[in-house]
Design a protein around this ligand. Structure first.
Ligand code: AMP
Length: 395
């Protein structure tokens, strides 16, 4: 795997695909600069080597040129985070971009206009990728968030740099972390899957059954399993048409020697509301009119035991409706257990959608080994897919 450390960037112009798709407020101020800060180590290394940096990214989903989605709005923020002046050019290809690149001196940083102002970007157009490629000497991909897309700047452009391409440090870290969980993992390996529906996690479950020793199935999706096993789940979220599938998963898990852990009790509510009345009940004896919205105390204890006995932990999806304060405690307890196991030396990776939001909301970010930045890209990796943006660098 070729990384930044394998290349000396002295006197080289690095064309870097970053993910600067950041949220902006109504005054076009960046409201969360995490993604910009995450690209800093890669940019710093290239500048330190004595190279120049050309940054390319998309922002939002513009249909053609649209000032609202111009990357000019983030120039000051990028400059402040990097601690160097950042030049901006009003197009990412063509004469103006080529001139801006030619004029760029070593040690300088140039930000190109939004890639998606050209429809060719998302189409993965080769001619457009070629136009991008002439701007730099080396191609660096540091955008994990778009690595599952075969777009011009994330994948196709790499073919014009057969010898001179590598992963940026952020993308390399993502790849190493996923490998640590799915391939080079220290046993026992545990996957905690939560969230609302079995149907959205089915491909992940099928892929990871070959890789894990323990599987915790929590949150909304657990009710489909409980009902399939003959339990009463009241008004809890449940996919009736997925019951057979649930039984099949349990059968496959057994065949593969995977121990599946389903919550044993829940905090049930008489309404899908933070102010609902609640009671603790066994997960297979939920009265009609009540729905399980969080893991109960016995379930939390069960999760804790399994987590503390695991050396590698993957966490995807909350085990309750964590957006409501009164049903967040199961997810918080789960996070605390994973944090404790991490402190004891286990490797923990949190990735994909809502669990990342939960981890940030409850302050577990620094207490787990790695929090993935790429929602869709992470999910596709867990599903066992080879991401085109990663493959393009490895080729
Ligand atoms: P997902 O996008 O599939 O990871 O699902 C995340 C969502 O699952 C969150 O918005 C949670 O509120 C929701 N969720 C977790 N547990 C439950 C539950 N017991 N009942 C309903 N929704 C749940």
């Amino acid at each position: 795997m070729k990384t930044l450390q394998d290349i000396n960037f002295k006197d080289k112009k690095a064309l870097i695909r970053v993910d600067f798709n950041v949220p902006l407020d109504e005054n076009f101020k960046v409201t969360d600069a995490t993604r910009i800060a995450a690209a800093k180590p890669t940019i710093d290394k290239i500048l330190k080597d004595g190279g120049a940096v050309i940054l390319m990214s998309h922002l939002g989903r513009p249909k053609g040129v649209d000032d609202k989605y111009s990357l000019k709005h983030i120039v000051d923020e990028v400059s402040e985070i990097l601690g160097v002046p950042v030049k901006f050019v009003s197009d990412c290809v063509g004469e103006v971009a080529e001139k801006a690149s030619a004029d760029l001196k070593m040690g300088e940083v140039l930000l190109l206009e939004n890639l998606r102002f050209h429809s060719e970007e998302e189409k993965g157009d080769e001619g457009f990728a070629k136009k991008l490629s002439i701007l730099g000497d080396v191609y660096v991909n540091d955008a994990f968030g778009t690595a599952h897309r075969a777009h011009a700047s994330t994948t196709i452009v790499a073919k014009f740099f057969p010898e001179n391409k590598c992963f940026g440090s952020l993308l390399a870290q993502e790849i190493i972390s996923i490998k640590k969980v799915l391939e080079d993992s220290e046993k026992p390996v545990l996957a905690v899957l939560g969230g609302s529906k079995v149907s959205s996690k089915i491909t992940i479950i099928e892929n990871i059954l070959d890789k894990v020793d323990h599987l915790i199935l929590g949150g909304g999706m657990s009710f489909t399993f409980v009902k399939a096993l003959g339990g009463k789940v009241g008004d809890s979220i449940c996919e009736d048409d997925k019951q057979e599938l649930a039984l099949e998963i349990l059968k496959k898990a057994k065949e593969k020697g995977v121990q599946v852990h389903i919550p044993v009790d829940v905090i049930a509510a008489d309404d899908f509301s933070n102010d609902a009345h609640t009671q603790i009940c066994d997960i297979d004896k939920i009265p009609d009119g009540w729905q399980g919205l969080d893991a109960g105390p016995k379930s939390r204890e069960l999760f804790h035991k399994v987590i503390m006995a695991s050396k590698t932990i993957l966490w995807n999806g909350p085990v309750g409706v964590f957006e409501m304060e009164n049903f967040a405690n199961g997810t918080i307890a789960l996070g605390n257990s994973i944090a404790e196991a991490t402190k004891n030396g286990s490797f923990s990776l949190v990735g994909g959608g809502d669990s990342v939001a939960a981890v940030k909301q409850f302050g577990f970010e620094d207490k787990v080994s790695y929090v993935s930045t790429g929602g869709g890209a992470m999910l596709e990796s867990l599903e066992g897919k080879v991401l085109p943006g990663i493959e393009a660098i490895l080729k």
